[in-house]
Design a binder for this molecule. Structure first.
Ligand code: 13P
Ligand code: SF4
Length: 299
């Protein structure tokens, strides 16, 4: 019933519902597009609907608002924020830049608009290596995720200068958990996210953003997969590949803020078009350059 109400109101409002892969199943099922951060940023840039209901966390809705200030971007749950995005302040980034004057600055999209405004270019977990390699500088400040920075550092010749932020969901996985999962599911391929620690990545078969995991699961001949990312990803993988089995690397890998968005909140957001996410123009104009520069990098 609530699902039908949402779908009807969505048409009336000329709204598009975007949902990240970690959203609860019911929310994924009412979305026009379910994707990873890069896919959702690209969609936000090209969509022509007047209203975007962004089912995700704060930095994702902010990115959409920066790319399309004329649209009304609504984050159904005001308290859905990414702890990692708030682990570095613009002042801390400016200090890093002062200490490393020759370096370019790359910020993971999981960052505040103010940090994006102080960066040369953004990246996501799907294009971090390509973004870094696209730069002329030999040294690159990479914020805020130390694990994604370490992953990129292994795949580029450039010197990476990391910040010490992390995602509490992915940083929690251990190499022992991967070994146990392999023992339990010997035929499974192990897919992990680049926000995981290097020693976890060392134990995996493949490293992907959430969208990359989806593409790999569809194309692979394997029938079983251990998935080292937030548990919400399992729903989508199973829905798209009903004949295959997906095991979470840990059932405890839950991003609490991603789970705060419910169907009731999506309906309320469509009814009230609140809470609206906006970014002040003086920050948005500079942050937009970093995001658009990222979107131009071929992956
Ligand atoms: P991706 O979906 O871009 O891989 O990002 C994972 C994540 O942690 C988003 O908050
Ligand atoms: Fe942030 Fe991690 Fe949650 Fe993604 S999964 S929103 S990086 S805390």
């Amino acid at each position: 019933m609530i699902k039908e109400e949402i779908l009807a109101l969505k048409l009336e409002r000329h709204a598009t519902i975007l949902a990240h892969n970690y959203q609860i199943p019911a929310v994924q099922d009412v979305a026009d597009l379910v994707g990873d951060s890069l896919e959702l940023s690209r969609a936000a840039a090209r969509l022509d609907s007047e209203v975007i209901i962004f089912c995700g966390v704060d930095f994702m809705a902010e990115t959409a608002a920066i790319l399309s200030p004329q649209k009304r971007v609504v984050l159904p749950e005001k308290g859905a924020w990414c702890p990692m995005a708030h682990m570095i302040t613009p002042e801390q980034l400016c200090d890093m830049k002062t200490c490393n004057p020759e370096a370019a600055t790359v910020c993971y999209v999981n960052s505040t608009a103010e940090v994006k405004a102080e960066s040369d270019v953004c990246c996501t977990s799907a294009n971090g290596v390509q973004v870094v390699d696209s730069l002329g500088e030999k040294e690159v400040i990479f914020v805020p995720d130390r694990n994604l920075a370490a992953y990129v550092a292994r795949h580029t010749d450039k010197k990476i200068i990391p910040w010490n932020g992390y995602c509490y969901v992915h940083d929690h996985f251990t190499a022992d958990e991967v070994r146990s999962a392999r023992a339990e599911h010997p035929r499974a391929e192990v897919l992990v996210h680049p926000e995981c620690r290097p020693e976890v990545i060392d134990q995996a078969d493949f490293v992907y953003s959430t969208a990359g995991m989806g593409r790999h699961a569809r194309a692979s001949c394997a029938r079983e997969f251990v998935i080292g990312t937030e548990v919400g990803m399992i729903y989508r993988l199973k829905k798209e590949n009903p004949e295959k089995e997906f095991y979470p690397l840990s059932q405890n890998a839950v991003c609490q803020n991603m789970k705060k968005t419910t169907l009731e909140k999506v309906l309320l957001a469509l009814q009230t078009l609140e809470p609206r996410v906006t970014v002040p123009e003086r920050i948005a104009s500079r942050a937009k350059q970093s995001i658009e520069r990222m979107l131009q990098v071929k992956v």
